[in-house]
Design a protein around this ligand. Structure first.
Ligand code: 13P
Length: 336
């Protein structure tokens, strides 16, 4: 077993998942302003430290994806954030892409940037304590999208990123996200997600990436949020498994879904069903941002000094997701 494979398995062991707390300053500002909190550097670390130091981390969160600002910050008692996480048994990770920008010759689509100088930045993050990394390619779905150009370019970038990350002894999270926005059918989401994931693996293999040392972070198969033809959670779970079974090489140890705008309960219920029906050898867990933090953020915003209360809300969500990653969640447990 390679060291990278061990790290990937450790992050996702026993139903543990990943907390995606890597919102860029721009995105974090939107999240904080939505609950009427000023987006100062101090407030950003206050909220994040509240989650990072909570009990649920130990039991449920195998890894935390940090943003560049956060990996350099310290807790209120002066501890480096990667150290705080490591002491709780959670691996520090880092988002290393520099964002999705308008694509030349296909202006309604995005290409993720950040390859220039990446090798040097990776060394720095490794020295700051990072064990794994994230890069997100983003695709919109419509009749003509994602285009061949977007599928090809983003897969190429993801593969070059993953190869450099492994060279630096960290586990790359490979995240191709097809957005929920739009009125496309679940069938379209299935077809296009399959095409995107297959192309990503073609490129990963071409770039000689060790597939046993990556974590795939895909979207679930859903109808567009504006579609009148929504499918049931059972259908989402079955189509998601079918898509991954057909598109992901069996060497990949783990899959950690993004929540992508689903509600906390929907993201939990769908993950639970995926694990109930899972007929693959892949670990199927979570790498949620909004679906782990939304309620905790709302609670915290009401009184930012109520650390224990906020942690209680976060711990509950993390516990529910970890049960779902084992197929052991039920709606009744939400009210216990
Ligand atoms: P969401 O779970 O809020 O989609 O965030 C996950 C993530 O890391 C997106 O890149």
């Amino acid at each position: 077993m390679s060291d990278l494979n061990k790290i990937a398995l450790k992050i996702l062991e026993s139903g543990k998942g990943i907390l995606a707390a890597d919102e860029s300053t721009g995105t974090m500002t939107k999240r904080l302003e939505s609950v009427k909190i000023d987006s100062t550097s101090d407030n950003r670390i206050k909220f994040r430290e509240t989650l990072f130091s909570s009990n649920g981390m130990k039991e449920c969160i195998g890894g935390v994806i940090l943003y560049d600002e956060t990996i350099r910050q310290k807790s209120s008692d002066g501890k480096e954030i990667p150290k705080l996480l490591s002491e709780l048994g959670s691996m520090p990770g880092i988002k290393v892409d520099t964002g999705a920008k308008e694509m030349a010759n296909s202006s309604s689509e995005k290409i993720t940037e950040g390859l220039d100088g990446l090798r040097e930045r990776l060394k720095e993050y490794f020295n700051l304590g990072a064990k794994f990394t994230k890069w997100r390619g983003v695709y919109n779905i419509s009749k003509d999208h994602p285009s061949k150009l977007s599928i090809h370019s983003n897969a190429h970038a993801l593969a070059r990123y993953a190869a450099l990350v492994q060279e630096c002894n960290m586990v790359p999270i490979v995240e191709p996200e097809l957005l929920m926005d739009g009125n496309h059918s679940a069938e379209d989401c299935f077809k296009k997600t399959s095409e995107v994931i297959k192309k990503c693996f073609d490129e990963l293999i071409l770039h000689k990436v060790d597939l046993t040392g990556i974590i795939l972070k895909p979207n679930m198969i859903l109808a567009g949020s504006e579609s009148s033809e929504q499918i049931s959670n059972e259908e989402t779970a079955k189509l998601t498994i079918k898509c991954l079974k057909e598109s992901v090489p069996s060497d990949v140890p783990g899959i950690a879904f993004l929540s992508g705008g689903q509600t906390e309960i929907q993201a939990t219920e769908n993950l639970n069903l995926i694990n109930k029906f899972n007929e693959t050898n892949f670990i199927m867990s979570y790498s949620y941002g909004r679906a782990l933090q939304q309620s905790a953020l709302k609670h915290w915003a009401k009184d930012i000094s109520d650390i224990a209360g906020t942690q209680k809300v976060f711990d509950h969500r993390a516990k529910m997701c970890t049960l779902a990653a084992q197929g052991k969640w039920s709606k009744e447990l939400e009210n216990v």
